[in-house]
Design a protein around this ligand. Structure first.
Ligand SMILES: Cc1cc2nc3c(=O)[nH]c(=O)nc-3n(C[C@H](O)[C@H](O)[C@H](O)COP(=O)(O)OP(=O)(O)OC[C@H]3O[C@@H](n4cnc5c(N)ncnc54)[C@H](O)[C@@H]3O)c2cc1C
Ligand code: FES
Length: 253
């Protein structure tokens, strides 16, 4: 059941040269939260900006929720100025979750930029109970802090940056294994062009799950601003998603 919670910022630090920040909020109580879910964050006390901003849960430890975000506009700029001790109002939990994983499944994670956020919560949720193979791409160098859990819990971790400042030089899809059918499931979040190329490469679309980042107004299925044409029907990404399977999405219409 979605709730309005008032948390307190306990940390908000820059972790990448491309304006990437890691925000930790103490919400003061333990809430049942699952990988894939997101929060709608109110970035000011006033009504300007009016809309909350959707952010995936990057991690949850007891009553502390973390978010990894990139400053792209006014809302995220205001968020980046939040100091320790400031109050933040959030709606949570929202959206569906990644499907449940079975022990020993082989799971490929493909994250682009701050799209690694929901994958980080997923890997922390299962830790070494599942065989994760993680492929993460950034435009430029990021702090090790944001991928340390992938390093610890993945059987294989490949990092690339477009400018070559960390890991391989290039886009992360260039470094994926040839045989993607080897994996039991594939989870991805990041820029839509990356998701589309991955979708085209994987033959068995039923293995694929994307966490989508459509523009949102309400986050609870009322305003219809997150409507997305899927293969067989319309989806409201906030309510039916943000996790949709490769069988549900439509890239070629
Ligand atoms: C379910 C969900 C989870 C998300 N998780 C994260 C996350 O973990 N980390 C993160 O950095 N961002 C995440 N986003 C995207 C984030 O919500 C937007 O970047 C943010 O709302 C932009 O607000 P702004 O006021 O700074 O930018 P605006 O001034 O509103 O817009 C600036 C630019 O960002 C683009 N933009 C705005 N909203 C979105 C959006 N929802 N998706 C993609 N582009 C957008 C606009 O087209 C514009 O080009 C998520 C979005 C969704 C729907
Ligand atoms: S954001 Fe309002 S219906 Fe999805």
């Amino acid at each position: 059941m979605v709730r309005e919670l008032f948390g307190e910022v306990i940390s908000n630090v820059k972790v990448g040269i491309k304006n990437i920040y890691l925000l930790k909020i103490k919400i003061g109580e333990v809430v049942e939260l699952y990988p894939g879910q997101f929060a709608m964050i109110k970035v000011t006390d006033s009504f300007d900006p009016f809309l909350r901003r959707p952010m995936s849960l990057y991690n949850v430890e007891k009553d502390i929720c973390s978010f990894l975000y990139q400053v792209v506009g006014r809302g995220t700029e205001i968020l980046s100025k939040k100091r320790i001790g400031e109050e933040v109002n959030l709606l949570l939990p929202l959206g569906n979750t990644f499907p449940k994983l079975n022990k020993q499944e082989k799971i490929l994670l493909v994250g682009g930029g701050v799209g690694i956020a929901p994958l980080n919560f997923l890997i922390n949720f299962y830790k070494d109970k599942v065989n994760f193979y993680s492929y993460l791409g950034f435009s430029s160098i990021v702090s090790e802090e944001i991928y340390k859990d992938f390093k610890e819990y993945s059987r294989e971790l490949v990092i690339s940056t477009e400018d070559g400042s960390l890991g391989f030089k290039g886009k992360v899809l260039e470094f994926l294994p040839d045989d993607l059918e080897y994996f039991d499931k594939i989870f991805s979040c990041g820029p839509s062009l990356m998701l589309e190329s991955l979708w085209r490469r994987v033959k068995d679309k039923g293995k694929l799950y994307f966490s989508l980042e459509e523009k949102m107004g309400c986050g609870i299925g009322i305003c219809l601003s997150c409507a997305l044409k899927g293969r067989d029907r319309m989806f409201h990404v906030c309510k039916d998603g943000p996790v949709l399977s490769g069988m549900e999405v439509q890239f070629d219409g």
